[in-house]
Design a binder for this molecule. Structure first.
Ligand code: FES
Length: 639
């Protein structure tokens, strides 16, 4: 009699197995993605499958009711105590008796896809570096003396095929009590690095029900954002953000490097401040998810080069002067305690690689998330912060540079500027005939001229100032050179004298001054010049797609950005916000080890263009000062 045929869906993998083979063993033999933490002991429930009885013409199978063995005592006990959903079976207990079609639900798949729900959805295949495994360890024996760790190492080899695991001291310290409390069964958190021996990063008595957690961190010069993820499902359990406390040492990156240069111990103080803030953020995000920092076994971090060095405790001074040499450029795998992060005692940190001295791991994470090199069309990715990181790529080549935009796009250096917080003007429209403005503030969905609008207005944020100046340009209040006209010239009483120039009054106490327009002109010229320099290097005058990354990119209006000439001309519907692409890149590296190899390969293929020493950057910068540009046509703007 031929052996039963088993087909697993959705993978479609199929093969014959001897009658009486457990579904879990059949899955392993056929290379099917079926999870297990307890190693087939019937206690973790990760191996659940759904038998699909009935005729299956597609698979050539008629699956009868007796295709799987009935529930055994272990499965019955699990169902009685913990409850199995109707139609589900424990794959480690059910055995194959006849031809069967078995569906593996997403939560039983090790490498399931996790979909990011924000703008520009990306699917992340789950393949975390840290997984839980239950191991049954031989008790110590006077006849055969051996260490508890050595017997655990043998158990992991024999039961899970994990060869030569090593354990750092904090885990060894927890091992003996865990083994004895767990009756010689322990759940091991095993970290598998891409190079070197697997590492035991946690050990717990018996079966640990709580999933292993990971933290994806985007450490920016202004804000620090963190996402807490369940490493077994990829779900984001909580997110949070704090201001980077290093702001008190300097608003932008270069002023922080200067602080380190001018003040003995200054770099150490900044290192301490950022580590404290990261720990506080980790505590807060964990608390919000009902977890503790000790449950976090992995962190993936992205940061620009100066933040990278300060987090690591490396002196950033070399990053303040040509040739901007990094102390280390490649990806780093460390223990989190080495960088002062109080997570699980042996938790591991992965720092994404930097592209160069001015283009950091945050840009590498954006490249990973957006992957412009995977497309035929030419994509420009712009991550606007205090420094703009710019990537231009297509399937032929990928180029990157950073451009010193300064903090004007974040509302700094603007007379009524403030960060994007409740009360900040974020959207502006100006009637081209009456020159009268209307606006919206953060935290209120109504426009200022709508009934019931009474929100306090405290200032104007980055997206607000861009829209205001673009609208002023379209209403003829500002000319192509960036000059604000007088009341007589513009026909608006809102244009009032302001020293030797004019300002446009948005509302009482909030005006757009000539200095504000100049600050935005400088910032946008730097951004445009950086993008244009990369286009020169690529030998192209057009970009097909523009991706605006970062929180700012998510709020900016493509039309207004193009009216100002912040970005090169492109079809407006080909310009989109990508949300926090650096944070997404960090999450991809956290949840999938393959993404770490991918980002390292991407970075080695990206050619870095240095703006500081490139004479054409200055030429482009000067030409880009006009609104939108002195010479470049913007045909899509006219369309
Ligand atoms: Fe753990 Fe089946 S593998 S219950």
């Amino acid at each position: 009699m031929t052996d039963p045929l088993v087909v697993f869906t959705p993978s479609g993998k199929r093969g014959r197995v001897a009658p009486g083979t457990t579904v879990l063993d059949a899955a392993r033999r056929l290379g099917v993605d079926l999870d297990s933490v307890c190693g087939g002991n019937g206690i973790c429930s990760k191996c659940q499958v759904v038998p699909v009885p009935g005729p299956h013409p597609k698979h050539g199978i008629e699956m009868g009711t007796g295709a799987l063995s009935g529930p055994n005592a272990v499965e019955e006990r699990y169902d009685r105590v913990r409850g199995l959903r109707p139609g589900r079976r424990l794959g480690c207990q059910a055995t194959v008796m006849a031809d069967a079609v078995l569906d593996v639900p997403p939560e039983s798949q090790v490498h399931r896809q996790v979909i990011r729900k924000e703008a520009g959805d990306v699917a992340i295949a789950l393949d975390p570096a840290t997984r839980l495994h239950l191991a049954a360890v031989r008790e110590p024996d006077m006849e055969d003396p051996s260490g508890d760790f050595e017997r655990l190492r043998d158990a992991l080899r024999d039961q899970w095929g994990i060869e030569g695991i090593v354990a750092p001291l904090p885990v060894l310290a927890a091992l003996q009590p865990a083994l004895r409390r767990g009756g010689w069964q322990v759940t091991c958190a095993v970290h598998t690095p891409r190079r070197g021996a697997p590492i035991l990063v946690g050990v717990f008595p018996g079966l640990r029900e709580a999933p292993p957690l990971g933290l994806a961190v985007d450490l920016g010069s202004t804000t620090i954002a963190a996402h807490l993820c369940d490493l077994s499902t990829g779900a984001v359990l909580g997110s949070g953000g704090v201001m980077n406390p290093q702001i008190r040492f300097g608003e932008d990156l270069m002023s922080r490097v200067s602080y380190a240069m001018m003040n003995p111990g200054g770099a150490d103080r900044m290192t301490e401040a950022v580590r404290e803030a990261l720990n506080a953020l980790a505590r807060e995000v964990c608390e919000g998810a009902g977890a503790a920092p000790e449950d976090v076994f992995e962190a993936a971090l992205v940061c620009n080069p100066v933040m990278h060095h300060l987090l690591l405790g490396l002196d950033p001074v070399e990053l303040g002067q040509a040739p901007f040499a990094l102390a280390v450029q490649g990806a780093l795998e460390l223990e989190t305690r080495e960088i002062g992060l109080a997570l699980a005692p042996a938790a591991r940190a992965y720092l994404l690689p930097c592209i160069a001295g001015h283009v950091g791991a945050d840009a590498a994470a954006v490249a990973l998330a957006e992957d412009p090199g995977a497309r035929r069309e030419t994509t420009l990715v712009v991550d606007v912060g205090t420094n703009a990181e710019i990537i231009l790529g297509n399937e032929r080549m990928t180029l990157a540079c950073s451009s010193p935009t300064g903090p004007a796009f974040e509302g700094a250096q603007i007379s009524a500027g403030q960060r994007a917080a409740p009360g900040a003007i974020e959207r502006v429209e100006i009637d081209p005939d009456t020159k009268e403005p209307r606006f919206r503030v953060v935290g209120d969905a109504r426009w200022s001229d709508e009934p019931g609008f009474d929100a306090p207005v405290t200032g104007i944020c980055g997206s607000g100032i861009i829209e205001a100046i673009a609208e002023m340009r379209m209403a003829g209040i500002v000319d192509a050179s960036g000059l604000i006209g007088s009341a007589e010239a513009t026909g608006s009483e809102r244009c009032v004298p302001d020293g030797r120039t004019f300002a446009y009054v948005l509302r009482d106490g909030i005006r757009v001054t000539q200095g504000d327009v100049r600050a935005i002109q400088l910032a946008k010229s730097a951004l445009y010049a950086g993008a244009r320099l990369l286009m020169d290097e690529m030998g192209t005058d057009v970009v097909d797609r523009v991706v605006l990354a970062g929180a700012f990119g998510a709020h900016i209006s493509p039309r207004h950005a193009m009216v100002l000439g912040m970005i090169p001309d492109a079809p407006l519907d080909a310009v989109r916000g990508a949300g926090n692409a650096a944070g997404t890149g960090a999450r991809m590296a956290l949840l999938n080890r393959g993404m770490r190899a991918r980002v390292e390969a991407l970075v080695s293929d990206i050619r870095k263009i240095e703006t500081a020493t490139e004479p054409r950057f200055q030429e482009h910068f000067v030409a880009a000062n006009a609104l939108p540009h002195a010479t470049a046509p913007f045909p899509n703007l006219r369309a």
